[in-house]
Design a protein around this ligand. Structure first.
Ligand SMILES: Cc1cc2nc3c(=O)[nH]c(=O)nc-3n(C[C@H](O)[C@H](O)[C@H](O)COP(=O)(O)OP(=O)(O)OC[C@H]3O[C@@H](n4cnc5c(N)ncnc54)[C@H](O)[C@@H]3O)c2cc1C
Length: 386
């Protein structure tokens, strides 16, 4: 494997870096610098801006609106995006339901839904988990009964990220309660403004509202919103989960977090133990480089047209563990400055003041996208043959 970028790739990097410098809004950069989450309008404005360039659906085939980049170019783009202080793209449209629609959808569904995703106009959320169906997703109970010209949906989803932002939900529902668990599930696209949908917020430990419960009471969903065939939901869900995990290692955003950490230490003139802080940061950087090189292996394989397999589980485990470790280091290095996280006053240094918010949120990253214990089961089964 050749790890040097070609001249063409270096030119590409230069042009992306220049574009980011011109186009990442200052307010957004500041949100990232403090380790916070953008508002809905900040996120959507940014995604529309990328959409105008044709840079939103990076992995998609060109015929559906992808830019036609190699995996290496996408990697370069992601690093430049993160280091410029721009947030990652919301995964639900571009990384999840989009590939499902262009792979399993009808021509009418492709025409109706894909343009809203590539332009950043339509926001999506993922309706998979239920109170008794998380890791054991196939136990889901939300029922969709087929009526003459619609499905009648009743049930409840939980932990639905950005349901309160979303125009549409892609949802796993049970269409055949008599069939074996996995076989009775179907994949529906649901307009979030349909009567009978109630969204209740869940405030998480970082103090923010990302998550929701979503209740369905006699919600009528047109039959044409079924993707694939009835009973095909499990096949589609498995296809989609691999896509979800490819983006979850978060190498680029971890490099950004590391750069902010270094900056915060340098910005505090009275920080007394810089040598041990630097040692700790160097250790984290070495771990991050190891993750990056593992990621390079998958980038190289993708460029050669090989499919993304169970190694995505390894990237998810290592990437999320490292995100947690880094956020913990930031809080510990901030010491007393990190105790001020819910205070309106700056105490010493803003980055350290905000560090506990990110630390608290990132407790969840080893759970969402399929918990790390489940990923270890996947590796044991698929790679080790246990
Ligand atoms: C911040 C956040 C955002 C989320 N966003 C969404 C979203 O947008 N849409 C959505 O549908 N869902 C979302 N989820 C839900 C997420 O997918 C589930 O929380 C996750 O799949 C785990 O399911 P659970 O919470 O029911 O835990 P459980 O499945 O009950 O697991 C509890 C514990 O048992 C362990 N465990 C379970 N089964 C096994 C096993 N077979 N072997 C070993 N260990 C096991 C798990 O690893 C975990 O530690 C989100 C969750 C979080 C925290």
């Amino acid at each position: 494997m050749n790890l040097e970028f070609t001249q063409e790739e270096l030119d590409f990097q230069k042009s992306i870096r220049a574009w980011m410098r011109e186009n990442v809004p200052e307010a957004l950069e500041r949100v990232s610098a403090l380790g916070n989450m953008p508002t809905k309008s900040q996120q959507q404005q940014w995604e529309r801006c990328l959409g105008k360039q044709g840079w939103l659906a990076l992995t998609w085939p060109e015929q559906y609106g992808g830019p036609g980049w190699t995996a290496t170019q996408r990697y370069i783009f992601d690093i430049e995006r993160a280091m410029a202080g721009a947030p990652p793209t919301s995964p639900f449209g571009v990384a999840m339901v989009g590939p499902v629609i262009y792979t399993f959808g009808s021509p009418e569904q492709k025409e109706r839904w894909l343009p809203g995703i590539t332009s950043g106009e339509t926001l999506w959320c993922q309706g998979y988990s239920e109170p008794n169906a998380g890791s054991d997703l196939a136990s889901l109970k939300t029922r969709a009964e087929r009526k003459q010209d619609h499905y009648l949906v009743n049930g409840q989803k939980i932990w639905t990220t950005q349901a309160h932002w979303a125009d549409m939900m892609f949802c796993l529902v049970r269409t055949d309660p008599e069939a074996k668990k996995q076989q009775g599930i179907s994949f529906l696209l649901i307009d979030m403004k349909t009567p009978g949908i109630e969204i209740r917020p869940i405030y998480s430990i970082d103090g923010h509202h990302h998550l929701n419960e979503v209740y369905f009471t006699d919600v009528e969903v047109p039959l044409e919103n079924l993707v694939g065939q009835e009973g095909m939901g499990w096949t589609i869900a498995k296809f989609l989960l691999t896509h979800e995990r490819t983006t979850i290692a978060g190498v680029a955003d971890s490099y950004y977090a590391l750069a902010r950490m270094k900056q915060a230490i340098e910005d505090v003139p009275y920080y007394t133990d810089k040598p041990s802080a630097r040692r700790r940061m160097a250790e984290l950087e070495v771990e991050l480089m190891a993750l990056e090189y593992t990621n390079f292996r998958t980038v190289a394989a993708t460029d050669e047209g090989k499919p993304f397999g169970p190694e995505s589980s390894g990237l998810k485990i290592k990437g999320t563990e490292l995100q947690q470790k880094m956020s913990q280091a930031m809080v510990e290095m901030g010491g007393l400055m990190s105790l001020a996280w819910d205070s309106p006053m700056e105490v010493g240094n803003e980055s350290f003041n905000n560090a506990p918010r990110r630390y608290n949120f990132l407790r969840a990253c080893t759970i969402y996208g399929g918990s790390n214990e489940i990923q270890k089961n996947v590796l044991a089964k698929m790679l080790l043959g246990l």
